[in-house]
Write a protein that binds this ligand. Structure first.
Ligand SMILES: Nc1ncnc2c1ncn2[C@@H]1O[C@H](COP(=O)(O)OP(=O)(O)OP(=O)(O)O)[C@@H](O)[C@H]1O
Ligand SMILES: CCCC(=O)O
Length: 355
């Protein structure tokens, strides 16, 4: 009998929902949230009921009975660093998502909602390849300050999914390829994939690399220290400036790259310049990750919502096309990747991991 799964993927600017029977998508929906809508809530956890209502309303609209699901799967959040895999949403894992042991992130809600809905209807709940998947090589952990090692918080689920999709299409094992994967969504991350592992990664969330629609990315640290001690801001306000109100939001007051493009096309010089600055930063990250791979890059793979922008892709090809050929998978494969992760354990092909 087919396994019916409900997939919940809360992003920083959207909630994506998918309903699958085995690997077949019955329907999916992306509900976008404006900065005003999201900023009403003080914490990510406070968004739980708002996002749950969106999900249950959608299922009702599609005449899809909640009780018909065999499994609920969520995108996993800021847990402790863990290996890649499918994890049961146990009490410990749930508690760490609620607390946000490594911080606040929309994907913390994926596992929380999966468990809440799973418990309501008496079926298992899982997360797959959460944002804390950590495969960094030891020398990538150095930051320059012993007390502050670099970490691995990035779009692990989609980076792995598109890298494997590219490998399949190229007819080669993922583990044999050297790829630079560029995810451009509400957040941005650029990873170096080698031997099937993400050995180094820039992530705007972690305060390094390019800015993104909502994240500041790397900023000059001396000026940041001054700002922190200026007495003008609380710690919470500074964090919100860097993650949430940073990037496009800081310069242009919108997290929507389509809006930035519209303004630029209508002659707004600032919008045009900010967009080019964003693309310059992403291109520099791609170049850096090419060096991590000793310049031997099989393919650059570009993905995320912003990759729908043809002009965005054209500019990145212009700046980085000399490094390696470029493949573009706009949007993301996260819903299918989540469904597949759950199916592998439900079908006994893979052992479910315990946090
Ligand atoms: N056609 C398009 N052209 C350019 N940008 C686009 C297009 N469609 C969507 N975007 C932009 O993509 C961004 C959102 O991407 P995405 O949906 O991947 O983010 P998310 O899932 O909310 O966050 P994250 O990917 O960090 O988890 C927004 O800035 C949106 O404006
Ligand atoms: C997925 C973690 C990175 C981000 O959201 O910016």
């Amino acid at each position: 009998m087919a396994i019916k799964s409900l997939i919940i993927n809360p992003g920083s600017t959207s909630t994506k929902i998918g309903v699958f029977e085995d690997e077949n998508l019955l329907f999916e929906e992306t509900l976008r949230h404006s900065t005003e809508e999201i900023s009403k809530y003080d914490t990510i956890f406070e968004q739980k009921d708002f996002r749950k209502k969106i999900i249950t309303d959608l299922l009702a609209e599609k005449n899809c009975d909640l009780k018909s699901f065999n499994v609920i799967v969520g995108r996993g959040g800021l847990l402790k660093p863990i290996p890649s895999g499918t994890y049961a949403v146990t009490d410990d894992l749930l508690e760490d998502l609620k607390v946000g042991v490594q911080g606040q992130h929309a994907s913390n809600l994926g596992g929380i909602l999966a468990r809440e809905i799973g418990d309501e209807i008496g079926v298992p709940s899982y997360i797959v390849d959460p944002v804390v998947v950590d495969e960094l090589m030891p020398i990538a952990r150095y930051s320059g300050l012993e007390e502050i090692p670099r970490g691995s918080i990035f779009h692990a689920l989609n980076q792995k999914a598109v890298a494997k999709r590219y490998a399949k299409e190229a007819g080669k094992p993922y583990e044999s390829l050297r790829l630079v994967v560029v995810h451009m969504g509400g957040g941005v991350s650029v990873g170096a994939h080698e031997d099937g592992k993400v050995v180094d990664v820039f992530s705007a969330f972690d305060g390094d690399g390019a800015f993104s629609p909502e994240r500041a990315g790397g900023v000059p640290c001396a000026a940041l220290v001054k700002m922190c001690f200026s007495g003008k801001y609380t710690e919470k306000e500074i964090s919100a400036k860097l993650i949430g109100k940073g990037g496009l939001n800081s310069y242009l007051g919108t997290n929507d790259m389509r809006e930035v493009t519209k303004r630029a096309n209508e002659g707004d010089a600032k919008a045009a310049e900010v967009k080019q600055a964003f693309l310059l930063q992403v291109a520099k990250d791609i170049g850096a990750m090419a060096c991590v791979l000793n310049g031997k890059v099989d393919q650059i793979v570009i993905t995320g919502g912003i990759a729908y922008g043809e002009d965005v892709v054209a500019k990145l090809k212009e700046r980085c096309g000399w490094i390696a050929p470029v493949t573009v998978y706009p949007g993301e494969d996260e819903l299918l990747a989540l469904a597949q992760g759950a199916l592998r354990v439900m079908n006994g092909e893979e052992q479910v991991k315990q946090y």
